[in-house]
Design a protein around this ligand. Sequence first.
Ligand code: UT7
Length: 333
Amino acid sequence: MKKQIQAVKVLGTGSYLPQKVVTNDELSQTLDTSDEWIYSHTGIRSRHFAAPSESSSVVGAKAARLALESAGVKPGDIDLVLCATSTPDYGNFPSTASLIQAALGCQKAAAFDLAAACSGFVYALEVARSFIACRDEAKVLVIGAEVLTRSVDWTERNVSILFGDGAGAVVLGTCTEEDAPASRSILGSDGTGYEFIYREGGLKREPPTSKVWPVPYMQMQGRAVFNFAVRKLDEVISKLCADEGIAPASLRRIYAHQANARILEAVARRMKIPYEMFYTNLETTGNTSSASVAIILDEAVRKGELKDGDQIALAGFGAGLTWAGILMRWPYL
Ligand code: UT7
């Protein structure tokens, strides 16, 4: 008889996009830009804006409730709430994860945030998988939640037009199915590229004497990030596939960070795979940073296009610089 091995599995998914939609045409009423420029350079047509009452913990909790519902798991059964976010409710503490834990009533759960920018959700999945692997049995709520539209300067056109708000979540748990396939992962960082995308607001400098802090808007060198993203996505997905002994073209789908359709097109050309292998929704969401991969996974599940046994890759890249990839057979992590 085969030994039963505990494997980690996605038990449920959820996502939430705020109601308010802002189109490129609407942006061009206040910014020196156009739908033609934004769409041709990014593939984005519109994005969602959080309501004033919606912070990262609020949108994150909304996505998490749906994930718990679809998993059939009660908040009280969750052992860890792990939230990837670049736009936490508070500067450093308390964590957004703690706020979500309280909102949902996950009384027995530990909670902390993970900061790896747009790679955050894929990083968090791997951290959660390792957490579960060290325990007999555990359930983890992994969330990517962002209100990025509050972190950019809406008087300038270079950065702001890219971003949107939203959240996605998954519930991870264990199973003891025979032959449950193992996943592979790559997590990486190159801090020498930290100036390519950053947002001040921490304590790198002495605090200002005035009680009013300056609003720290995101700064980005777009072209440098673009080139890094194309190179890294190719590298990460190709290495995961090579280690598994498969061709990238044999993957069922690639769920990559939704930053810019032109980045994904360039990666597809470089890897010699069809662009359609990448799941995309950024036309109507923009870049939701650490929420994007979580949101597209949930969308794919709800559309019925992500089926048990599908071999897929997840990939993220972003500030840090950071990158992350996971090769898995859905829903085994
Ligand atoms: O999650 C990771 C986050 N970041 C990213 O993924 C960003 C990656 N980078 C990109 O997506 C692209 O670099 C951008 C979309 C940000 C910019 O596209 P680009 O093709 O690299 O344009 P550019 O920055 O080289 O600018 C080209 C021109 C400039 O005008 P001049 O100097 O040639 O006259 C810009 O001022 O386009 C101008 N421009 C705009 N024009 C109209 C820049 N932004 C806009 C705009 N509307 N919104």
